[in-house]
Design a protein around this ligand. Structure first.
Ligand code: HEC
Ligand code: HEC
Ligand code: HEC
Ligand code: HEC
Ligand code: HEC
Length: 359
């Protein structure tokens, strides 16, 4: 304790990151935009936190008051209507507009977009950009094959682990874009849930629609997986993973028996279990807000305003240049052809007339 007491000091990226970079059991497992590459990031990775840039610490944006850390992923502030927090604060200092204001750009056309797009959509062009991969897929149903042990791909990233099942790690990922007003509805342990029409249980449902004044198009990491589900009580199952003691064989990571692991896990959580389990597809949304790239590396016009642009999947908007209409193309090429014929006729006439003049 004296060692601890003698080392009390200001917070930094590494000590906030001691928990937030390694949540979920390892570096980069959870967020996608928070991993150990942010301890000393180059400027291309994070303009704010890079020692070559502003060298900010987490608490420069997450400015605490009475040990309350502002910023959330349950109720986020997607539309900051207040703008700059100096001279007067709205109590939410972490948003981009708190420092940059509501019209941050010199170029007016970019400022025209901030009613539709979150700052992060253009300024976090890809996540997991710091050389560390993030976990994108986790299928528990395949776990238990001790003969396979642990398998890795050519990058050294785990593809199979007999304790955890099939994994997929990726880096430099283009986010998925959704309308989002900042509100997220998480499933709690014990809540009754059923798979949606696609057979998927969404762990945390995000809210937001084009006609919602607080909603913007926001970037997300969506992690997919397969988890234990009780088809009778309609609950996601809590597995017992770590053994309580040396004798405990009911833990999955000791006995490798899902029946036992779900039974003891649910019992310990004080929840009912029918004794039947299935594997169900799940998805979880992780908002992307860190790893802000320098201005010149943010999304430029053609990332969206071109055929097959980044926002193709987003409903409720018309993005000029993104969508290709076959008849428009046909008309376009038709016009180009007419123009070419016109040019050709013009050239022939000029050649003819020059010949005439020469005579
Ligand atoms: C340039 C400003 C900035 C810096 C620096 C920053 N953050 Fe954030 N952070 C944000 C914003 C903006 C949000 C979204 C908050 C909201 O809308 O409520 C956020 C959200 C979060 C969240 C909740 C959302 C989530 O994805 O779970 C966590 C946790 C977090 N930050 C941790 C950190 C840590 C740890 C650091 C330092 C390594 C850090 N932040 C540095 C701006 C910043
Ligand atoms: C000892 C571990 C630990 C440390 C150190 C730590 N945090 Fe957290 N933090 C947590 C946990 C746990 C949560 C809750 C996560 C959840 O509910 O999903 C959390 C939540 C947050 C949130 C989101 C709050 C919300 O409502 O979603 C932010 C922002 C945050 N922390 C920032 C920071 C910052 C900035 C630092 C450094 C000054 C820091 N944390 C240090 C463990 C830690
Ligand atoms: C605590 C204040 C603060 C917050 C919050 C903040 N920034 Fe910054 N930001 C700065 C400062 C200071 C600079 C460096 C000076 C400058 O270029 O304006 C900077 C630089 C930038 C740059 C680089 C500009 C360039 O010339 O390359 C971008 C882009 C940017 N911020 C976007 C954002 C986004 C997006 C968010 C929200 C996720 C955000 N900022 C949140 C203070 C902040
Ligand atoms: C449509 C995409 C887009 C959106 C949305 C967007 N930005 Fe930008 N931003 C850019 C681009 C591109 C640049 C680089 C400007 C350039 O090259 O002239 C830039 C530059 C900046 C700069 C540097 C100043 C400047 O004018 O070059 C800051 C600061 C900034 N953005 C902050 C923000 C904040 C804060 C938000 C949200 C309120 C935001 N941006 C929303 C694309 C966007
Ligand atoms: C991240 C995607 C994205 C980027 C990058 C982007 N736009 Fe857009 N743009 C949109 C969306 C979405 C709309 C539709 C807005 C709406 O429906 O309100 C739009 C609308 C427009 C419009 C028509 C509406 C208007 O404001 O006049 C123009 C023109 C435009 N963008 C020009 C640009 C230019 C120029 C750039 C680069 C400086 C750019 N956009 C960058 C997504 C983007």
């Amino acid at each position: 304790m004296s060692e601890v007491a003698q080392n009390v000091g200001a917070t930094g990226r590494a000590n906030c990151g001691a928990c937030h970079f390694k949540g979920g059991g390892g570096d980069g497992v959870k967020h996608g935009d928070l991993d150990t590459s942010l301890i000393k990031p180059p400027k291309e990775l994070d303009v704010h936190m890079s020692p070559e840039g502003e060298n900010m610490v987490c608490a420069d944006c997450h400015k605490t008051e009475a040990h309350q850390i502002p910023g959330s992923r349950y109720h986020m502030t997607v539309n900051d209507t207040h703008g700059k927090d100096l001279p007067e604060s709205d109590g939410m200092p972490a948003t981009c507009a708190s420092c940059h204001g509501l019209k941050p750009h010199k170029k007016q056309k970019l400022n025209d977009h901030v009613d539709t797009l979150a700052c992060q959509t253009c300024h976090v062009p890809e996540f997991a950009r710091g050389g560390k991969p993030t976990l994108m897929y986790w299928d528990w149903s395949t776990a238990g094959d001790k003969a396979r042990g642990v398998e890795k791909d050519e990058n050294g990233w785990t593809t199979y682990n007999f304790k955890k099942g099939t994994e997929k790690w990726e880096a430099n990922i283009i986010p998925e874009y959704r309308w989002f007003n900042g509100d997220t509805d998480y499933i709690f342990a014990g809540e009754q849930v059923e798979p949606n029409e696609k057979g998927v249980i969404i762990i945390n449902k995000i809210s937001g629609a084009p006609d919602d004044p607080n909603a913007r198009i926001y970037p997300f990491k969506i992690v997919k997986g397969k988890q234990g589900y009780d088809p009778e009580t309609k609950q996601l199952l809590v597995p017992h993973l770590f053994p309580f003691n040396k004798e405990d064989k009911t833990a999955y990571w000791k006995g490798f028996n899902w029946d036992e692991a779900f039974k003891v896990g649910m019992e310990t959580a004080g929840l009912p279990y029918s004794g039947k389990y299935e594997w169900v597809d799940t998805e979880m949304y992780w908002p992307q807000t860190h790893m802000v790239a320098p201005g010149e590396q943010s999304l430029h016009c053609d990332a969206c305003h071109s055929p097959g642009g980044r926002l193709t999947q987003v409903a409720g908007i018309y993005v000029p240049g993104q969508d290709r209409f076959p008849w428009l193309d046909f008309l376009g090429w038709g016009l180009a052809l007419l123009a070419l014929i016109g040019v050709a006729i013009h050239a022939i006439l000029r050649i003819l007339s020059r010949k005439k003049n020469a005579h």
